[in-house]
Design a binder for this molecule. Structure first.
Ligand SMILES: Cc1cc2nc3c(=O)[nH]c(=O)nc-3n(C[C@H](O)[C@H](O)[C@H](O)COP(=O)(O)OP(=O)(O)OC[C@H]3O[C@@H](n4cnc5c(N)ncnc54)[C@H](O)[C@@H]3O)c2cc1C
Length: 407
């Protein structure tokens, strides 16, 4: 029955950041993989990503860092500010000292540029576009993959790198379990030169307050653009099945009324027509079933408050490629178990820290917020909250564990 169908040893479902990086990590181990991507074009216009050293060091190893640096901006500092007054609460240089310590930069990049660099390195012959996977079934030593166009393929191993609303995840665990985090976001990209009120335009900055926060960073080869994510503690309940809903432009201002002019100028500089639900998922009991395994958001989607979703997907790829390189082709279960064992604690800790940081950023005025501000101003803040995330080397399982996660 399976004889006339195209067959691959490894099929990756999803040419997102995780799927593309996995194809490169597998190639490094001599394993060819085919990627099936549902969209016709890899172009997420209007989106960006901040890549920390735990990912950029791996990109150097995979040979794509030089090309990536040409279209990225290395952040100068990480700055926390009071959103209403603009007062600096904490500042950590993340330029030369960060590079010297962690071995690579903290980069801001247009998502379309990142996907272009990665897909060019993978090669178009390995990425099959407009291949929407609609179903999986295991038959003997193969997985049967159904596509929306009615065709079928087979694979020895299938990796579900199909994102936060993963079909493969549902096949592995049997249900969908996204939980609205009680926060939503507005996103936008603005030319840096339009932001006359913005201090430190080439830094990554959090403007914080009880009703929400504004995160932004510089990106593009010349630092010519700023990407922002404005997070509010509204609505209380998410009103739709969709994770992105239409929004009126003026809705974005309400949580930030009376905030510093740099914040209101940034929000006002671009029309926003969508509101993003920030969803979280409880950790899964398992990441694999039979010959199918999950990676990236499909395995451990997290809220974006530490900017770690893509970075964690990238970290996953090295461990999975290493374990698949020694897998028993008759039964990959042991390799999947080993991969999951290497990644479970780390991704759970980052998931938890990402959730917790929003609570900390949105503290009401009072003694707890004062204590947080004092901590942000201390020299240990970066060390306590972020060094264990950014300083992790996925190629060495360096074992840096969570420090003090809270304020
Ligand atoms: C508002 C916001 C801001 C964020 N900012 C950051 C940040 O600054 N830094 C960071 O690290 N992370 C950030 N993230 C998270 C980050 O976007 C994700 O964690 C990351 O993209 C996950 O990579 P992935 O490869 O697992 O999935 P994705 O990048 O989502 O890729 C999944 C791919 O699978 C394809 N696909 C889906 N279903 C199918 C199917 N059935 N058949 C075939 N193909 C399919 C999709 O089209 C897509 O190309 C942010 C997220 C949000 C919502």
């Amino acid at each position: 029955m399976t004889q006339d169908m195209p067959h691959d040893d490894v099929v990756i479902i999803g040419a997102g950041i995780g799927g593309l990086t996995l194809a490169l990590a597998l190639r490094e181990r001599g394993i060819g993989a085919t990627i099936l991507e549902r969209t016709a074009e890899l172009r997420e216009v209007g989106a960006a990503v901040a890549l920390s050293a735990n990912a950029t060091t791996l990109f150097r190893r995979l040979g794509v860092l030089d090309a990536l640096e040409e279209v990225s901006w290395a952040q100068s500092d990480l700055i926390f500010r009071d959103g209403r007054t603009g007062a600096t609460l904490g500042r950590t240089p993340v330029g030369a000292t960060y590079r010297a310590r962690f071995g690579a930069d903290y980069l801001g990049v247009h998502r379309a540029d990142l996907q272009r660099v990665l897909s060019e390195a993978v090669g178009s012959d390995r990425i099959l576009m407009s291949r929407h996977v609609t179903g999986l079934r295991e038959e003997g030593a193969h997985v049967l993959i159904d596509l929306a166009d009615g065709s079928r393929r087979t694979a020895g191993v299938v990796v579900g790198a199909d994102g936060a609303r993963s079909l493969v995840r549902r096949w592995v665990v049997g249900h969908d379990d996204a939980i609205y985090s009680g926060r939503s976001g507005f996103r936008g990209i603005i030319p840096t030169e339009q932001l006359s009120e913005l201090p430190d335009p080439h830094a990554i900055q959090f403007w914080i307050g009880p009703t929400g926060h504004l995160l932004h960073y510089a990106m593009g080869g010349e630092g010519q653009d700023v990407n922002f994510l404005a997070v509010s503690r509204t609505p209380e309940r998410w009103p739709a099945d969709e994770w992105v809903v239409p929004a009126r432009d003026e809705e974005k201002f309400a949580p930030f009324a009376g905030w510093h002019p740099a914040v209101t100028q940034m929000l006002g500089a671009v029309e926003v027509t969508q509101r993003w639900a920030l969803m979280r998922r409880p950790p899964l009991p398992t990441w694999h079933r039979g010959r199918v395994v999950l990676l990236g958001d499909a395995a451990h989607a997290l809220v974006p408050h530490h900017g770690q979703g893509a970075n964690q997907a990238i970290e996953d790829t090295w461990a999975l490629a290493e374990e698949l390189a020694t897998a028993d082709p008759r039964d990959p279960t042991a390799a999947f178990e080993a991969y999951e064992g290497r990644r479970r604690l780390r991704t759970r800790a980052v998931q938890f820290a990402s959730w917790q940081v929003a609570e900390v950023l949105h503290l009401p005025d009072g003694p707890e917020a004062d204590a947080r501000n004092a901590h942000m101003g201390s020299s240990s803040y970066f060390e306590d909250t972020l060094a264990w995330i950014h300083g992790y080397d996925p190629t060495h399982d360096s074992g840096i564990r969570p420090g003090r996660l809270s304020r």
